[in-house]
Design a protein around this ligand. Structure first.
Ligand code: NAP
Length: 309
């Protein structure tokens, strides 16, 4: 019998109990899954970083912590977590991110706001350039960044992707490392942030990097709020260098009601909804990892504690 502790926010149990049970059964596992156990009895923890569980010390027999979120910045540095930590890579989450990013890119590319908010009797006949004349840069070319790059490339946007390590990706200009960051920004009319939050990426979008963008560029942040220096962002928008910022993630969430971002005419706030882990597809990922753990196979999507993602 495999004992599985479900240690996400209590609201998630109702969503996950049935699909996880189904996926674990389909993986041929004999298990007992609950929201409470004696810690030393637990074999695997299905986890979300906003769980009440923060001290892993008593879970002496736990073989792995399986995160339901893609982002691990709130758990990767936990010194009590000594067992392997896997993050979530879920097809449903990836497709959701592709749809959100593509939608917000197309909004800015086509200048849709001028028609949606401009129903004032004026015949605005300005034609948007074709996608092939709108360079897009994606910072963060992991699971989500690459999937978005593929979708945007299929729409014929010229895509530049920036990552920590060098890559070769068909149809994409691939740049890497701090030395190539500004090069990746200098022709970008739309920039998409899909970086994890680590010690190295915190504040990566600062005054200098914003200044490297062409005038009128649009910034779309679906990574994490602290990737951006907010004061630098506001100054760049107010100086009319940056055209617009669409922000899904923030230093403090929920974004406080009095926050300047809510009222800024050149900022669009979305409430961390770019993409969510989908219970049905992610349950299959969790079940596969437990099956692997039981079979002595390598776990999928392990977090590198050194790089922090
Ligand atoms: P991932 O597969 O781990 O990819 C991360 C990418 O960032 C990789 O390309 C990595 O480079 C790059 N990177 C990391 N540190 C870097 C650095 N110092 N300099 C340059 N590039 C760096 O992550 P993912 O699954 O695509 O997810 C990305 C992030 O999206 C998550 O961490 C999470 O914060 C966010 N997210 C947000 C939502 C939402 O709803 N808003 C939903 C899901 C995820 P290498 O390829 O060289 O390793």
């Amino acid at each position: 019998m495999i004992n599985i502790l479900f240690a996400a926010h209590p609201d998630r149990w109702d969503e996950y109990q049935a699909p996880l049970t189904k996926a674990l059964n389909e993986a041929g596992l004999i298990f007992d899954m609950r929201t409470e156990f004696s810690p030393e009895q637990v074999d695997y923890i299905v986890y979300a970083p906003n769980s009440a569980l923060q001290d892993f010390t008593p879970y002496t027999n736990c073989r792995a912590v399986l995160n339901l979120w893609a982002g691990v910045e709130n758990i990767v540095g936990n010194q009590t977590l000594r067992m392997p930590l896997a993050r979530m890579i879920d097809r449903g989450m990836t497709r959701g991110m592709v749809e959100w990013v593509t939608g917000h890119v197309m909004r800015h590319h086509l200048g849709m706001d001028s028609h949606i908010f401009g129903q004032d009797g004026q015949w605005r006949s300005e034609i948007a350039p074709l996608a092939c004349d709108r360079p897009v840069t994606i910072l963060g070319m992991g699971t989500l960044g690459q999937a978005c790059a593929e979708a945007l490339t299929n729409l014929e946007f010229p895509v530049t992707g920036w990552s920590r390590t060098p890559k070769s990706l068909p149809g994409i200009t691939a740049l890497s490392g701090e030395a190539q960051l500004e090069k990746s920004l200098e022709s970008a009319q739309i920039v998409i942030l899909l970086l994890p939050l680590t010690a190295e990426t915190q504040g990566v979008i600062n005054t200098q990097r914003l200044a490297a963008l062409p005038k009128g560029a649009v910034l779309i942040n679906a990574g994490r709020g602290p990737l951006i220096d907010d004061a630098a962002l506001l100054a760049c928008l107010d100086a009319d260098h940056l055209g617009h910022a669409t922000l899904d993630v923030f230093d403090i969430e929920p974004l406080p009601v009095e926050h300047v971002f809510w009222h800024h005419p050149k900022i669009t706030v979305t409430p961390h909804i770019a993409s969510a882990t989908r219970p049905t597809s992610s349950s299959k990922v969790i079940a596969e990892n437990i099956r692997r753990g039981e079979a002595g196979e390598a776990l999928l999507h392990l977090v590198d504690r050194h790089t922090g993602y």
